[in-house]
Structures are given as C-alpha cells and as structure tokens.
Design a protein. Sequence first.
Length: 365
Amino acid sequence: MAVREMEYRRLGGAGPQVSAVCLGTMTFGQQNSEAEAHSQLDLAVERGIDFIDTAEMYPVPARAETSGETERIVGNWLARQVREKLVIATKVAGPARSLEWIRGGPLALDRANIRTAVEGSLRRLRTDYIDLYWQHWLDPFTPVEETMRALEDLVRAGKVRYLGFSDTPAWRVAQAQMLSQMRGWAPLVALQIEYSLLERTVEGELMPMAQEFGLGVTPWSPLRSGFLSGKYTRQSTGSESTGRALFVKRNFHEAGFRVVDALLATAQDAGTTPARCAIAWLRGRPGVVSPIIGARTLAQLEDNLAALDVRLSDAQLAALDEASKPVLAFPAEMIRNAATQSFGGLTINGQSFVAHGWAKTQPKS
C-alpha cells in the first residue's frame, strides 16, 4: 500500500509548521543502537517527518551511564542533514532525586539549571539552536516567573526558537502563559501530554486549556506503551519482560480490555491494524497536532506511519469513543452535561456542542 503524502500542521497559534506525526527517540541508545536509530531517522525523513522529539535525560529507562546518549545519537545524525528542514525538540529535566547525575544535581528549573541544560543539549545535538524547548515536567519549588524569564532569555539569545511544557498541570501551564502575555515574553506554543484511547482524562482540563491558549498538542504514548498494538488481548496477555512490563500490565483490567475489544473490531471493520487504528483515532482529536510515535524496529515504525492512510468512519469513531469514554473530574462532567442540554447540535464561536460534550473545531493549517 502506498503511503499517503505527509500532511503538515501549524503547532499551536504561533509555532512552526510540523509533520502530522513526530518521531520519538527515547529508545535510542538503550533498546536501539546508534546504527538502528539512524536508520529510523532516515526512514522517518524519507516519509516526510520533519519533527524529531528527544530529551536530555533520554534514553529510558534513565541511567547515569547512558544519560544524554539519545541527544548525542540524534546529533551525530543531524550533522549530516540540512538543519533548516528539521524541527528538533528537546527537554530540560525538572526536579527528581533519582536523576541527580544530570547536570550534577540537584535539578531545578531555575535560571542556572536551564542555562546549563540548554548548553549541554546544544553540544550533544551538534547544533547552534533548538527549534522547540520543552519543560519536561513540573518544578513545584522554583517560581514560574524565574523559569519563564530564563526561557525568554534563551529565545532572545537565539538558542531556542519556540517554547512548550510537557507533563505539567493545566493550572501551571495557564499561569505561565498568562505571565508571558503580560510581560511580553515568548509564549508557550505547545503542550506534550499522554493521550490515547486509554488516557482520556486530559479531556477534562488540559485539552480545553490548550485549545483556549492556542497550544498545539503533541501526545506521547498513543499506543499506551504498546497495549493498544493488538499484541495484548483478553486471551493473550503476552510475556513482556522488559522495563515496559509494568507500564503494559497497568492496563490489564476490564476497562482496558473493553477498549481493546472495540479497537480490534474497529480495525477489522476498517481493514487495518489495531495500532494504525489507535493512532488514526488520536490524530483526529480536536487540538491534536502531531502524535509522537516511537518504535523498536523499522517494521514497527513502518506500521505506525501507515496510520496516516487510515480514515475512520463516523460510526467507527463513535464506537471507539464510547468504549473509551473517560470519567472526568469535577467540574468537567457537569459543564459537559450543561453544554449538551443547552446548546446540543449548535456551533457557537467555533465551538461545536455535541452529544458527548463540546470541542473546538480544529483550525485548518
């Protein structure tokens, strides 16, 4: 089957144009050798991917002896590419007692740590600028003003072009964005969060917040650590023995297998694989710009890329929506129900009110 020509989308209201899928690299240097990693990168670019995501703490699982290895591998490959044609994203690690070998610890998202982190990433990536710089996770101890001013200084210095937050509560992202707006600093353009058929609680606060502030969402783990790949069913729970085993087994419950049942049925109906089906569902969610796909083999990467060719029908999408319907925290469910009762079937100021709640229409790039 021929692969569809890559689609490109604007990352948020003020970010760069990026490919409709992003290549994740956290296995490079741990589960993948440098040669294997470069083969994946070559294939990704050949298929039209220009968006590469990494982090200073990769590969995963994080270990002192491999810290920074993923960035180094990506950097060796990047040195042979046309730099301006690629969007390279990396992350600065926040506080974590178990990662104190990074930057000599203790970690924080203060001015000194951020400056040291970005210089290290630039050196390992063998580039003089980073396209998108993520705060990897929340620092509850450093004032958000210090973090955002330090990031603003990187943008002014030309070391970083765009900013984003990863794995951070909606209230802190909103606080940082409002602060940037008031001070005239570089805004956040993107949000990286876990989002999949088995992680939809982000639809309560994080997704509406991202849409309201014009943040493009790049979901990680679209296959829920491989649980949605089709390998795991009620009849076959596999024999995962790697570090991923704990993450896979967390889904071994009735709700998890109910989603798998629906995914298998939908994939069969659509004539595709469960993995492609799960990624296609996620790509169509309001606010999602570029899901992050990762693979241990070229064959897995090829299969994930084939999700670009999958177009699910309204009935198929509805079946997956119903099977994976999340229980959202207060007040999301109350607001959703009130909106449905008052405005069901209407579109007001770009918001479509439907039977299962509301969602902003996806702006066209």
